[in-house]
Ligand binder design. Structure first.
Ligand SMILES: Nc1ncnc2c1ncn2[C@@H]1O[C@H](COP(=O)(O)OP(=O)(O)OP(=O)(O)O)[C@@H](O)[C@H]1O
Length: 231
């Protein structure tokens, strides 16, 4: 579904992504792990085209997208929920969702009903300002807004950060339903090991800009956890 090959990225003289190669297969939940500052967010931003990559290729469903502007990549089916959620605090919940309609591949003014089934709180709070929601509610809004795009693949950057356990559980359930019911693939950046183990099929570990291990989630060994993930 999404294949990244030999991707490099620099912030000035600092070489942040080093020959990154990974692929998120169709209908799989792929978790990218690693300590703070190793380059996980930089990788997601490069996939979206928010940061220029130098060299390497990115393909979505077999088509090269590495030269396309961000809005084209979104139009081809990549939706991104960044760290910090980036909802519009002055707009209502409904307005936040409607903003995403403009970026959709298939034109149409209807929000997908399933968003409100996944996250009932978004219907209950439809007229509230985004900035008045709790962190957990904002995260549901951010994921709901990404789903308005009806993506092929959803990129989630630490969706559970600072969120209470029952909402973490809900988000985990939604991720799995998206894969099962809508055939959406997910590229998840996550530091919480129990959550990652519970929801993901595949993993990769990043260290100082390089992928140092990858495989099926049930192959993630204690030795790898100790070496690359324990803080
Ligand atoms: N805009 C920037 N300019 C220069 N260096 C940056 C910039 N953004 C990030 N970096 C550096 O690039 C490296 C990778 O950062 P990145 O945010 O991708 O890591 P991360 O693995 O996502 O970490 P975290 O879990 O803390 O979000 C870090 O050393 C960081 O300091």
């Amino acid at each position: 579904m999404l294949a990244i090959e030999g991707l490099n990225q620099y912030y000035g003289a600092s070489h942040t992504l080093r020959d990154v190669t990974l692929s998120v297969d169709r209908e799989r939940i792929f978790c990218l792990m690693g300590r703070n500052g190793v380059g996980k967010t930089t990788l997601l931003n490069s996939v979206l085209g928010l940061l220029p990559a130098s060299g390497g290729s990115i393909t979505l469903a077999g088509e090269h997208i590495e030269q396309l502007p961000t809005e084209e990549r979104v139009g081809r089916g990549i939706a991104y929920v960044p760290q910090g959620r980036m909802i519009f605090p002055e707009l209502t919940v409904m307005e936040n969702l409607n903003v995403a309609l403009a970026g959709r591949r298939r034109r149409g003014k209807e929000l997908p009903e399933q968003i409100f089934e996944f996250f009932p709180v978004l219907a209950e709070m439809a007229d509230r300002r985004g900035g008045d929601l709790s962190g957990g509610q904002q995260q549901q809004l951010a994921i709901g807004r990404a789903l308005v795009l009806e993506p092929k693949i959803l990129l989630l950057d630490e969706p559970c950060e600072g969120i209470q356990p029952n909402i973490v559980q809900l988000i985990g359930d939604v991720i799995q339903r998206l894969r099962r019911e809508q055939k959406i693939s997910v590229l998840l950046v996550e530091q919480k090991l129990p959550f990652a183990r519970a929801v993901a099929d595949d993993f990769a570990i990043m260290d100082r800009g390089q992928i140092v291990a990858q495989g099926a989630m049930d192959e993630l060994s204690d030795a790898l956890v100790e070496e690359y993930l324990t803080v």
